[in-house]
Design a protein around this ligand. Structure first.
Ligand code: 3EB
Length: 355
């Protein structure tokens, strides 16, 4: 069997932890480390300074690993991984192999305080403008997956929740870059984090991914205006062919059916509903691929938990459905105030070619 062209891997930064990380000869296309600011130092010790620089640091408290963990993209294709900087002040850090690119940037909102718009809206617009500029210039023009992390995500700012302000800035950048906002946007997640910066990461490729929707849910880019003046710009998942394998990356998935939050105040039921949605998205991806390539049990999962006090309840529900699948959890605010849990998934599968 061929090694996949790209696969997500989890690396615990606890010194005593046994992890799947192999030799330092392995090639990584960036990723993210979830933990305190010094987590990057831990990561550099494990994978080297240069490769650690290609990773974003997301200020979130892991609910098990004391020193945090990293989610890295291992690439197994031919050719070297190259790195670089992009943007007016070199704020975008990127790394790429011959077919895929990973990039990240963090913008301090206070640097946008003079803007006529809300600083967060302006920062979201600038982040996406810069990332789209890089994608356009580098030839990895197709965004596959975005990760969005912003402080105080549910806090009201001048009469509008900050997540909704973020959506306005993101939407504007999509429109200006002539990227469709109402069909086939990339997969994404949007969560609250600590610190003072908006962090956006993107995985992009030279070939267009296939967007996947969830038949149980209204497409997020068609949410009614009750969720804000501009809808969130993301698809439920993105499926992309990479060499002789396929990569599926599933967006943040929560207890939403239609466009409404279900099981308000009941974290266990929200976990169950989120897993039903995750399975529905994976099923839709398998239908699009015309082959049963993906299963929830064999994907790399990550859960976001709003209240640390819900950790045991969340673990218990996850273990019932997925007894043999580890799900690393971090404490994070979810983009709707009534959501207590969100889960995301990514995985690679070998493509069978006719002999
Ligand atoms: C939802 O389904 C939950 O704004 O990029 C999930 C994934 C959610 C991505 C985003 C938001 C985003 O609407 C929230």
């Amino acid at each position: 069997m061929h090694a996949p062209a790209i696969e997500p891997l989890l690396l615990s930064l606890d010194a005593q932890a046994v992890t799947p990380a192999g030799s330092t000869e392995e090639r990584w296309l960036g990723g993210a480390v979830y933990g305190p600011a010094d987590a990057r130092t831990q990561l550099a010790r494990r994978i080297g300074e240069r490769r650690a620089a290609a990773c974003a640091v997301v200020d979130m408290v892991p609910l098990a690993a004391a020193h945090g963990f990293a989610e890295l993209w291992r690439v197994c294709g031919e050719g070297p991984v190259i790195e670089g900087r992009y943007g007016p002040n070199g704020e975008v850090t990127w790394s790429a192999d011959s077919s895929l690119l990973f990039a990240h940037l963090s913008l301090e909102e206070r640097d946008f305080a003079g803007d006529r718009r809300s600083p967060l809206e302006a920062a979201a617009y600038a982040a996406y403008r810069d990332l789209f500029g890089l994608l356009q210039q580098s030839g990895y023009e197709h965004a596959i997956r975005f990760w969005n992390y912003l402080p105080h995500i549910n806090v009201d700012e001048d009469g509008l929740e900050r997540y909704r302000r973020f959506n306005i800035g993101r939407h504007k950048a999509f429109v200006e870059a002539r990227r469709s906002t109402d069909s086939a946007p990339p997969a994404a997640c949007a969560l609250g984090c600590g610190g003072n910066a908006l962090t956006v990461m993107v995985l992009a490729g030279r070939a267009a991914p296939t967007p996947i929707e969830n038949p149980r849910q209204v497409s997020a880019y068609r949410y009614p205006v009750q969720y804000g003046p501009r809808p969130p710009t993301f698809s439920r998942a993105a499926l992309v062919r990479a060499g002789s394998s396929a990569l599926l990356t599933v967006s943040g998935t929560a207890s939403i059916v239609g466009h409404e939050t279900l099981h308000i105040g009941d974290v266990a039921a929200q976990v169950d509903e989120s897993l039903r949605n995750l399975e529905a998205v994976i099923e839709a991806a398998n239908r699009a691929a015309s082959a049963p390539l993906f299963a929830v049990e064999s994907m790399q999962l990550k859960g976001y938990v709003r209240h640390a006090t819900d950790t045991e309840a969340v673990r218990d529900r996850l273990a019932r459905r997925l007894p043999a699948t580890p799900v690393p959890l971090v404490r994070a605010d979810i983009c709707r105030a009534d959501l207590l849990f969100e889960i995301e998934a990514a995985g690679s599968a070998a493509l069978r070619t006719a002999a």
